[in-house]
Design a protein around this ligand. Sequence first.
Ligand code: SIN
Ligand code: CO
Length: 381
Amino acid sequence: MRFLAEAWQRQPVLFRGAFPGFIPPLSVDEVAGLACEEEIESRLVLERDGATPWEVRHGPFGDDDFAGLPDSHWTILVQDVDKWIPDAARLLDGFRFVPDWRIDDLMISIAGDQGSVGPHWDDYDVFLIQGAGRREWRIDERAVTADNRLPDVPLRIMRDFKTSRSWVLKAGDMLYLPPRLAHHGVALGDGCMTLSVGFRAPSQSELLDDLLNERLLGERSPRFQDPQRSGGNNPGLIDAASIRDLRALIESATKLAPDDFAAWLGGFLTRAKPGIALVPLEEEPPTVESVHDWLRTSPEWHRDGAARLAFIPAGTDGNHDHHAFVNGKALALADDELALFEALCATTRYASDALIALTPTPRGRALLGRLIGEGLLNAPE
Ligand code: SIN
Ligand code: CO
C-alpha cells in the first residue's frame, strides 16, 4: 500500500474528500450526550474563560456545564467512542490495514468557534477526520523537544510553535499526522466536529513494566548469586564480574521461551483500557449443542466494539502452540480452532452461515459458545 510505504510514521498527508458526503456516526448533540455518561471518558478544554488558561475539566458533564460554556474557545473531547457506538466502531474498519493491536480508539471532539486544545504534539499516529463544520490545521515541522512547553498548564502545550503548513478541513476531509509532529487545530466557526483515529505504540518502559509485573514478580524471580566470589578488592568497588552477572540477570528476564513470550505479549497487546470490557451474555452461554441454533437467530453478527482480538499461530516466532487473545486473556488453540479464530479476527461482521461452516467440530463450537458467552457478538442494531 502506497500510504504505508511512503507516509505512515513519516510525514503528514491531506486526504481531501476522503469520505465524500460524510455523515458522522453521531451528531454534535449526541457527542455532547456521551460526555454526560458516567462510564465514558470525556474532557472539556477551555482556552480562556476557565479558572486558568487552558483549564481542563473532566466529565461526566451535566446541563449546567453546557449552559455555562463560553461563546468560543472551548472543546469537548470524548474518548473511545468506538467501544460504545457500533457505527463509530465501523468507521475504524477502514483503518484495519494496520493491525488491530496498533489501533487505540476513535475520539470525537466538538468545539465552539476558535476551539482548540492548543499547539502540541502526540506520541502516536493519528487520522483526523473532519465530521462537521470547519477546522484549520497548522503544523510545525521542526523537531519537537520536551522543554518546548508552557509551564503550569495541565496540557502539553507548546511555548513556541511556528506554522510551516496549514490546511482548512471541511466535512469528509482527513489529515494524517505521524507521531511527534507538532500540530494545532482551531475550529473555524461553531459546530466543529473532529474524529480522531488514534493508534498506540508501546514504549520500552511500558513493555518492561508489564513483563515484570505479569511474569517475573514474586518467588519465580531469580536472585543475584556469587558463589565464585574472591576477596581482596576495595570494599567500595562494584567489580566487573558483579556488573556482568547483574546485567545478565536483567537481560535474562526478557529471554522467555517463545511460547511464554507469545502468551505474555498477546495478553499485553490486547488488554482493554480500565473501564472498558465485554459485557457477558445475560442468558446461559450457548453450548456445543445449541450454538448453531443460537447463531441462526440472526443472519448476521457484529463483533462488539470493546473486543480486542489477536492471534499468534504456531511457528510465528519459534512458538510451538497457537495463541489466541481476547481482551488480555490468552487461549490455547487446537489446530481445528485456528481457522475459526482467524476468521473472527479477519473482519468485524460475520454471516451466521459462515460461522456455522467454520465450526464443524465440537471443539470449535465450544470455543465459539464460550466467546459468545463472554459478549463477543451482537446482533446488528
Ligand atoms: C481535537 O480534536 O481538537 C484535538 C485532536 C488533536 O489535536 O490531537
Ligand atoms: Co493532537
